[in-house]
Design a protein around this ligand. Sequence first.
Ligand SMILES: [Zn+2]
Length: 142
Amino acid sequence: MGRRSFPWLLTEVPWAEGPQFTRGTYEGLPLLSYGCAPRDKLATYRQLRAMGLRPGGQDPVAVLFVRHRASGTTSFASLYLIERAAPVRPMTRAKFTALAKANLARRICRRCGRDPLYVLPTSTRLCWPCSEIADTSTAHAA
Ligand SMILES: [Zn+2]
């Protein structure tokens, strides 16, 4: 594998009016080198997260490449339009569902298996009717 070069190329891009200088294309997307990507318009996933944003369902509009001089490798990162990014949701649906399930588990009576619609005492995990039965049976046994 030889060292790939990325010659400058004027192309139409989604983030600016009129052709912009790019470094060709990478997997069908305009390729940009570190430093020529407009920081006010494009951001990597990490940069979006740092701004409290997420891609929000949009596809990357460009690819950024960074040459690491020390290791001699090139890494690529997807670039997203900042104006199309969405704020990070404080709680995802998955987190919400997990929390709801945890709350539900705390409501299920371990004797009758029913959900009495209130959170059970953690010491017994029994609903009121069941804890009464448990109390009387222990009273009789004693
Ligand atoms: Zn019960």
